[in-house]
Write a protein that binds this ligand. Structure first.
Ligand SMILES: [Zn+2]
Length: 106
């Protein structure tokens, strides 16, 4: 960056200092969200806003089998690995619930 030093190690360190500064300026939380969620396994799961359980797909759309209605169904962005974890827990009779408060911002 500064043009000082001609050895390989100096250029290597300068390049990573610049990348580190870019990540810090972009915001570490945004960077991690972008790389670990949006760019990798972004998934939208339909959840009942009343009981928090996963909605089931029917011919006409999604519906909650517990509440017997589709009035409270909302799409929630979660990592696909979380969706798989929820399904594994439901197979073991553990019901994970997603509490939805307000609007969901993607
Ligand atoms: Zn429900």
């Amino acid at each position: 960056m500064t043009g000082q030093g001609e050895n390989e190690e100096m250029h290597f360190l300068d390049r990573y200092k610049r990348e580190r500064d870019c990540i810090v300026s972009h915001g570490c939380s945004h960077f991690l969200r972008e790389k670990l969620f949006l760019d990798s396994d972004n998934y939208k799961m339909c959840v009942c806003g009343e009981c928090g359980l996963t909605a089931i797909k029917k011919k006409t759309g999604y519906s909650c089998t517990t509440c017997k209605t589709d009035a409270y169904i909302k799409e929630v962005p979660i990592p696909y690995a979380s969706k798989l974890l929820f399904q594994e827990l439901m197979a073991m009779n553990i019901a994970p619930r997603i509490n939805i408060e307000g609007d969901i911002v993607v």
